[in-house]
Design a protein around this ligand. Structure first.
Ligand SMILES: [Zn+2]
Length: 95
């Protein structure tokens, strides 16, 4: 089932700090401003802070791979084909 995903989740807290490159020092922090809340609620980015160097910023909680693009194209083809079959079936039944 993991092969059919478009978005792959990741936990940035387990990764490296973008500033000091320390591993495992990031933790989630609260958004302070309205713009930070908007970004948090509408995107795949969340606020993190580093315990070592006090870096604070947004990190993505999902990532895309070449498999994501392949799966997205596959879904588009399937939806298009299904729509075409339904259209033809309705056209046949209603005419
Ligand atoms: Zn750091």
């Amino acid at each position: 089932m993991n092969q059919a995903k478009i978005f792959f989740r990741r936990n940035p807290a387990l990764g490296k700090c973008p500033s000091c490159k320390s591993i495992g020092t990031l933790y989630k922090t609260h958004s302070r401003t309205i713009s930070e809340k908007i970004v948090k609620n509408l995107t795949f980015y969340r606020l993190y802070k580093c315990k070592e160097c006090d870096w604070r910023g947004f990190l993505a909680i999902v990532y895309f791979t070449s498999r994501s693009v392949f799966n997205l194209l596959l879904y588009l083809i399937l939806f298009s084909f299904t729509g075409y079959v339904i259209y033809k079936l309705l056209h046949y039944l209603l005419s």
